[in-house]
Ligand binder design. Structure first.
Ligand code: GDP
Length: 445
């Protein structure tokens, strides 16, 4: 349990009408009382003024909520001071809290305390960040599920049945056979394995919903990349022009297609020869392709494929690619036979084929696995990795038992599986892992 009291600004500074300075820890209330002459009551919003105790100056008019431990976000005493959202009031109030006994919170420290004090498990704590960063409704729903402990519940169920088998096998090793009542282990292990398999199978789609798909839109200049991007965005944000190569600067937008966040990177077209800036644009396109999980390759269907199209084809090897054969409103002249990928005919001008393009993009990245309401989805690569390890150990334990090998081997594997699962919910977790997880939060969360 922590002794010190932490404080931070928990809202974006200077971006709203109100801002919140949050304090958590044993001294949260005495510190708040020093700054606010008002009487604070548990779970009541109190109106008052923050006064600098040294100068007597009124800093801001505020609303203050005090939440007594353990009924708070961190399970410690928490005080939230709702002041005006400008940088000055927020920083002055935070400064006063720090001067009167609080210390500046580390990134994610409020949520870390919620975890260490047992209010949420690790997977739930991680979901806090996912809720904050959710890019679409579907991502938000999954994150809120995680916050509510949906994955944790399933993982805990698997842990319990593995623990049960482990206890039985350990007893058989430690005690004479006739003293331990016979217990079936095959069924529980198989059940655990199948739940783990289902969770692992859900992860690819889940991770796509949570993280989004880094998507490069490539094609030579003038094929209609910016126009298609704008169609996808549903509003004009990229520069559309008939002059080749005007979209030199890389531009990133999030497009929500059926709940899947596509992080689009519109790049300059790839051209032969060309001046220095154009060369820079080529380099950028290459980089975008390298970084992308998915490539939308735009060609102009009204013209024969050009050398620069072929140059791009050369860069796309090994990538997940969907081709937009654009300008399908014009007479077709491109020979598409050279393109080994799935193709959708589109017109950014008329909107034809846009719905098919969206479907094609979603199918390409999800492989048909659209989020359904009752499935617990694994959305975090860290969780997937731990599940895969756990499953490997369960399979190994099953083999040991099936082949009547010494039961010690099975207990070693079951222990390893339990540890791997414990890393998800936080029962078995190292300082380093906690540090790695919570350092990704911002201060005040
Ligand atoms: P980019 O250089 O690949 O980004 O291409 P732009 O989006 O800037 O488009 C180049 C030109 O082609 C513009 O004049 C667009 O209006 C036009 N264009 C884009 N898509 C289509 C299409 O589907 N049909 C027709 N006819 N013209 C298009």
């Amino acid at each position: 349990m922590y002794q010190d009291t932490i404080a931070a600004v928990s809202t974006p500074i200077g971006e709203g009408g109100i801002g919140i300075v949050r304090l958590s820890g044993g001294d949260a209330l005495p510190i708040a009382r020093r700054l606010l002459p008002a009487e604070l009551e548990d779970r009541r919003l109190v109106h008052g003024r923050v006064i600098d105790p040294e100068s007597g100056e009124v800093v801001d008019e505020v609303l203050v909520a005090y939440m007594r431990a353990p009924h708070s976000y961190t399970r410690e005493d928490v005080v939230e001071i709702n002041c005006h959202g400008g940088p000055m009031p927020l920083q002055r109030i935070l400064g006063l809290a720090l001067r009167h006994g609080a210390r500046l919170a580390n990134p994610g420290e409020f949520t870390l305390r919620a975890f260490l004090n047992g209010r949420v498990d690790l997977a739930q704590a991680e979901s806090v960040l996912d809720v904050i960063q959710a890019k679409t409704q579907a991502s938000l729903r999954l994150a809120v599920d995680g916050l509510g402990g949906r994955l944790s519940k399933q993982v805990r169920g698997v842990r319990e049945s593995l623990m049960d088998v482990l206890a039985y096998l350990t007893a058989r090793i430690d005690f004479p056979e006739d003293e331990v009542e016979e217990q079936e282990v095959g069924g529980p292990l198989e059940g655990a394995r199948s739940t783990l398999r289902e969770l692992i199978a859900s992860a690819d789609a889940g991770i796509v919903y949570r993280q989004g798909v880094r998507t490069a839109i490539v094609g030579r200049p003038n094929v209609g990349k910016s126009s298609l991007l704008n169609r996808l965005l549903g509003e004009s944000r990229a520069i559309v022009t008939a002059i080749p190569g005007t979209t030199r600067d890389t531009l990133e937008e999030v497009v929500n297609l059926k709940g899947v966040p596509f992080l689009l990177v519109d790049t300059a077209g790839i051209m032969d020869g060309a001046d220095e800036v154009e060369a820079l644009a080529v380099a950028r396109s290459r980089r975008a392709i390298e970084q992308a999980d998915f490539v939308l390759f735009v060609v102009d269907a009204s013209e024969p494929l050009a050398d620069s199209d072929r140059q791009i084809i050369g860069l796309l090897k090994g990538k997940e690619v969907l081709v937009a054969a654009n300008k399908c409103d014009l007479p077709p002249r491109a020979g598409m036979g050279e393109l080994p990928w799935l193709r959708v005919a589109t017109s950014a001008l008329t909107g034809e084929g846009l719905a098919e393009l969206e479907n094609g993009m979603v199918d390409a990245v999800l492989g048909g696995r659209v989020v359904t309401s009752d499935a617990a989805l694994v959305t975090n690569p860290r969780h997937k990795e731990a599940l895969v390890r756990a499953e490997g150990h369960v399979v190994q334990a099953e083999k040991t038992i099936a082949n009547c090998l010494p039961e010690d081997f099975a207990t070693i594997d079951l222990t390893a599986a339990l540890n791997a699962l414990g890393e998800i919910t936080g029962e078995t977790v190292t300082e380093d892992l906690l540090e790695a997880i919570f350092s990704r939060f911002c201060i005040g969360k």
